[in-house]
Design a protein around this ligand. Sequence first.
Ligand code: M6R
Length: 610
Amino acid sequence: MCGIVGYIGDREATPILVEGLKTLEYRGYDSAGVAIYNDKIDLVKTKGRLKDLVKTLGDSNMKGTMGIGHTRWATHGEPSYLNAHPHMNSDVDIALVHNGIIENYIELREELIEKGYKFVSETDTETIVHLITESEKTTDTFLDAILAAASRIDGSYALGVISHKNPDEIIAVRKESPLVIGIGEGENFIASDIPALLKHTRNVYFLEDNEIAILRKESVKLLDMDKNEVKKEIFRVTWDMDAAEKAGFNHFMLKEIHEQPRVMRDVLAQRIDETSTEIKLDQLKIDKELLKRVNKVYLVACGTASYAAEVGKELLQKVARIPAVMETASEFRYKDPIIDENTLMIVVSQSGETADTLAALRMAKKSGAYVIAAVNVVGSTMAREADDVLYLCAGPEIAVASTKAYSAQLVAMYLISIKIGRLLGKINDTEFIELRDALLKLPTQIEKILAREEEIKMLAYKHLDMKNIFYIGRGLDYAASLEGALKIKEIAYLHAESYPAGELKHGPIALIENGSVLMGILGQEYLMEKTISNIKEVKARGAEVIAIALEGNEKVKKIADDVIYVPATHWMLTTLLVNIPQQLFAYYIACGLGHDVDKPRNLAKSVTVE
Ligand code: M6R
């Protein structure tokens, strides 16, 4: 949700800010802007994508060695020039970029209008810049003015602020929105995420909630809201920028789909020894003692991550025999959930910053629960605040539509439930070895599916004129079908709905008519006959059926119009394999329809607002 960058040093700031914003465009891409200090503050912004900003900048010849930049995902006010960031005060001496949502902005705006402030945008952000100006009247320093303004704001923010009267500093503040400080030599940076910094430095500080960073050319000072100095370790980023490049693929999404065998190999090599009867999850501190007191597990997440959590829920119940529920994070905290020290919460997230999931984590910790975070982004807020972290190790995922991170989330769910099942004595050695060997085969099996890309592409092209598509499955196949339908919605903009196969005849089957398209997922052998009956019911009503089934399933061939086969595996792991054709199918439908696959309309990669 919005990307912010800032630079202070000896080099020209504009190209550095623009390069940084390019790597953050996944966070929002409806408008963009930069403000550069050079005796006065120059501002260039534009509606549209970063390439539009680059075009506009082309004529502006902005010079200066300190500046801030922003790429926006609109929350308050449509994408437009006036609503684009940076925002400035009426005296044009303060510029500010913001990621987050100011919840009390209407009251503040009314108060400021009464005091004579003129608003030019519909954003909540503009309130902050006027509030700082107002606070300057009663404070001694620019920092104090920012702190006074921050104390009036309810909501979430990562802010980067510069002022004409304070020309040697960028001041950054964070509350519930991510912010990373890049530490260079004679230059320093702020950014919403690490890729924006990697060309310049690998040394970073992660700002925590209610912390402030004062960046000068030669120094970075970290403070709390009472201006006490905060000392923290520099975090060294080890992964490479190459991981965030397209490497010859047409889209990041396709590249990330193809990265899955390698990601699986890396993850499994770290966690499984092919001769051992234990999973290597040393960094997870959960043990038998802790599990003895756990009487309920909440798995909490949003979107795609919630479908991985759905799989985790089923496995924990089936394999570890612990009562488990999956809760959509945005609903969870308003349900008055029963949480205490006997509760285990597992939050699942690629970014580790999703606002609703983070709020659920905090709520659980407050009530005494033990929280495990299965997250991808190293050093993210969830990773830092949870009691235990299991990193997904999928590498940076750039495409808005999640693919490799989802597969890595599934593997995390497999590993956590196997680990808990083993600790509780519910999985014996023979069962473990069977699972271990099946897990180790996953990378090669994914490669086998990817080798059928052309076949899946043709199938997608055959269905480019469909208006909607139904996905059905039972048990773990239902969880997989939820993800299949979401991918179609996100990038192909088609109405796709997923139902537990048995539910169709309780209503949705009324929608089936000649030419309706249905995707049937048949990974769970023991439920296969039942799902086949449901497929027959829709076939009888004129639907065209595509099935994703395990190799060796001859029965489905006689019923479905097209079958995509995936290698057979242990029942726990089929969810991962049946999903790979779903990813390719959605990808090629979206390409065939000419959509911007990596930056789908209305979406952003990291949803840091409620
Ligand atoms: O970063 P997170 O995994 O917490 O994000 C959760 C969802 O916003 C995310 O999975 C979203 O549904 C993706 N666009 C799915 O492709």
